[in-house]
Design a protein around this ligand. Structure first.
Ligand SMILES: Cc1ncc(COP(=O)(O)O)c(C=O)c1O
Length: 373
């Protein structure tokens, strides 16, 4: 990717998103998990161009809020929306188990798939959005996943059959089950145990006379930020075999990948705006930081590393953001050559959970987004 020229032309901080990589990542998921319908979790990167690129590949979308739901409908080209109710039911999952009443009221205009994991949510859905297609989210192990989700979401698998039966008895439609093994999942066992638990619940519901039709295996597919990450093809092979062993063909399998589609698509280019020697270490101040595109250092637990266009003897350096907060420290240990104010640095694989959680704290604007290809 040519980085210097766009950085000169558009200024920094600049986030370049390669739409070809978005396509390639989506098609890799399709190729290696052919039985799995894909709903892009737009929380990873809600950039409208990504939503558009994926619409052309007939992707679905996982949304977490009314704003995300509406932003999908705004970004998807009109030709896909001619039969709006069908698009919404087939291609959107509201995958936040907790939904404000106002959101439910607005979503009631069309039937939508949505997750739930507790009886209070069922009461809200019954009252404000009774035609929804429900997906009961179960709690599964997130051991060894970089971002832990199980402490906040999911009914215990042992309690799931009663919660599902409760929904059916309230006259609601339960389509199936979902789980999330935690984001950037580095432990295949999380998926295998979750599939096993789900199959048990399918069987239990069958024996009670209720049929579940859909299994949502969530996200978590890991990105090769470093060499320790399990190869996706190996993970996908195991998933394919386990899914086919545990679930008959009539069961529809879907997933909500976010990181896997977005992360490797983007590179961030920043400028050095200041430098100082502190505690015998060079500290470079850059024009983006943990309150901006590098917010993933905090919220996503990803240790981003910087590359320089310049060569030279590497020296231990810190890289910090532009705000008046010492917490705005991106890295305390980078190996960088001697750099000048105005020099550029760049960070690869920063397309997921980066610009999505950026702020303008201290008045520093968010990185400009440039879509290429
Ligand atoms: C409900 C839900 N689905 C999907 C995702 C996307 O997960 P990932 O980015 O690991 O693919 C998340 C991430 O937090 C999530 O909370």
């Amino acid at each position: 990717m040519n980085l210097k020229e766009p950085a000169r032309k558009h200024g920094t901080p600049l986030l370049l998103i390669d739409q070809d990589t978005i396509k390639k990542n989506y098609l890799a998921l399709r190729k290696h998990l052919p039985r799995v319908g894909l709903y892009y979790a737009i929380k990873a990167n809600p950039e409208p161009e990504i939503i558009k690129t994926l619409a052309e590949l007939n992707a679905g979308y996982d949304v977490a809020s009314l704003e995300e739901y509406e932003s999908v409908l705004r970004a998807v080209p009109q030709k896909h929306l001619r039969d709006l109710p069908a698009f919404i039911y087939d291609r959107i999952i509201m995958a936040n188990t907790i939904k404000p009443i106002n959101t439910l009221k607005k979503m009631a205009r069309h039937r939508t798939l949505m997750t739930y994991d507790n009886p209070e949510e069922l009461k809200k859905i019954k009252k404000y959005c009774p035609d929804a297609g429900l997906i009961c989210r179960i709690k599964v192990a997130n051991v060894g996943s970089v971002v832990e989700l199980s402490s906040k979401f999911g009914v215990e698998p042992g309690d799931a059959p009663n919660l599902i039966e409760q929904a059916f008895k309230m006259g609601l439609t339960v389509e199936g089950l979902s789980f999330h093994v935690g984001s950037q999942c580095l432990n295949i066992e999380n998926y295998l145990n979750a599939l096993e638990a789900s199959a048990g619940i399918f069987a239990e519901m069958g024996s009670r006379g209720w049929r579940l039709k859909l299994l949502n295996i969530g996200g978590g597919f890991p990105v090769p930020y470093d060499d320790n990450v399990i190869a996706f093809t190996k993970l996908a092979g195991k998933l394919r075999r386990e899914i086919d062993r545990l679930f008959p063909k009539e069961v529809e399998i879907v997933a909500e990948p976010g990181r896997f589609i977005a992360a490797t698509s983007a590179t961030l280019v920043v400028s050095i705006v200041g430098k100082a020697r502190r505690d015998d270490k060079m500290v470079y101040y850059i024009d983006d930081g943990v309150y901006g595109t590098l917010s993933g250092v905090v919220f996503d637990h990803i240790p981003y590393h910087f590359r320089s266009f310049k060569r030279g003897k590497p020296q231990l350096s810190a890289v910090v953001g532009p705000t008046c907060d010492a917490f705005d420290t991106v890295s305390t240990s980078e190996n960088l050559p001697d750099l000048k104010i105005g020099d550029l640095l760049y960070v690869n694989n920063i397309g997921a959970y980066s610009s999505a959680s950026a702020t303008t704290f201290n008045g520093f604007p968010k990185a400009r987004i440039l879509n290429i290809n």
